[in-house]
Ligand binder design. Structure first.
Ligand code: CP
Length: 303
């Protein structure tokens, strides 16, 4: 199958067999990290990255990914460019997207949290870039979705559990002292049920996700024969922190988190650094998943 030129704004836009192709390639790239035929796939090519918000993993993993594929990832902050915004005259998305398409092979965009005025603005911006660019647009996390994180999560779960069909995942979502968007949790509630995972989403009142995304997640689960439930039981999820006591109630669950972890508020240190925590494996998988996405969508005729 030919994924060349495809945008990745959410995994929901992609067929499951395309995602399978990414995961299979990412796993092989992880095994043969610095070996042929993987080292020159993007030789002399540039991947542009527009970061409206800060990042640790996303920026570094995309830069490392481009380097390991033989190319270069160019970090750009929109505040250092003359881009049009609501209250500022400047270059339009049509012009910026068209020009980037003449220079590079792909464009990643991160826009979320305090960089968006209203929920959905980031999603709209990515879709508009996708409309005008002739190179793939990749979400590096926006206000609605985080496809690269979703794929890294799934890859990590498969590595540790094998086939995830019929396995249970409970995901907590609640208050954090750090500003958080819904992007990672909304990506996971869409993606993991497509692979047959029985999903329980737990959050306190007032922390509802996008109802349209939740509806789609339920449909994905139904189609895959999986269960999807939402609970707001504060008795079950005391103070919305994943404590060691809660962890002991699980059947030796793996602990996952997109990071950065708000240790001591969202989760106890003993859990985040415990023997069942796979947060660093998943963080590493960002690199391999993104290498696979870049190879398949940005290198013409490579596969
Ligand atoms: N998970 C994730 O996107 O991490 P960063 O915000 O550090 O990029």
């Amino acid at each position: 199958m030919d994924l060349y030129g495809k945008d990745l704004i959410t995994t929901q836009d992609w067929r499951k067999e395309w995602l399978d192709e990414v995961l299979a390639l990412a796993k092989d790239m992880k095994k043969h990290r610095y070996e042929e035929p993987y080292t020159e796939i993007l030789k002399y090519k540039t991947f542009f990255m527009f970061f409206y918000n800060p990042s640790v993993r996303t920026r570094q993993s995309f830069e490392a990914a481009a380097t390991e594929l033989g190319g270069h990832a160019q970090f750009l902050e929109p505040k250092a460019m003359r881009l049009k915004s609501k209250d500022k005259a400047g270059e339009t998305i049509e012009d910026a997207a068209s020009i980037m398409s003449r220079y590079g092979v792909g464009l990643g965009i991160r826009i979320l949290e305090d960089a968006v005025e209203r929920y959905g603005d980031g999603e709209a911006l990515l879709r508009e870039y996708a409309k005008y660019a002739s190179i793939p647009i990749v979400s590096m996390a926006h206000d609605k979705y985080h496809p690269c994180q979703g794929l890294a999560d799934l890859m990590g779960l498969q590595e540790h559990m094998g086939d995830v069909k019929g396995k249970k995942i409970a995901m907590m979502w609640g208050y954090s002292s750090m500003v958080r968007s819904w992007s990672s949790v909304q990506e996971d509630i869409l993606l993991l049920p497509r692979y047959g995972m029985n999903f329980t989403l737990a959050y306190p009142e007032g922390f509802d996700l996008d109802p349209g995304v939740v509806e789609t997640a339920k449909k994905n689960a139904e189609k895959a024969g999986a269960e999807f439930e939402i609970t707001q039981s504060a008795l079950q999820y005391k103070d919305w922190r994943f404590t060691s006591e809660l962890n002991n109630l699980t059947n030796k669950a793996y602990f996952i988190h997109p990071m950065p972890v708000d240790r001591g508020n969202e989760v106890d240190d003993e859990v985040a650094s415990g023997p069942r925590s796979i947060i660093y494996d998943i963080g590493e998988n960002r690199l391999h998943a993104q290498k696979a996405i870049m190879a398949l969508t940005m290198a013409r005729g490579w596969k």
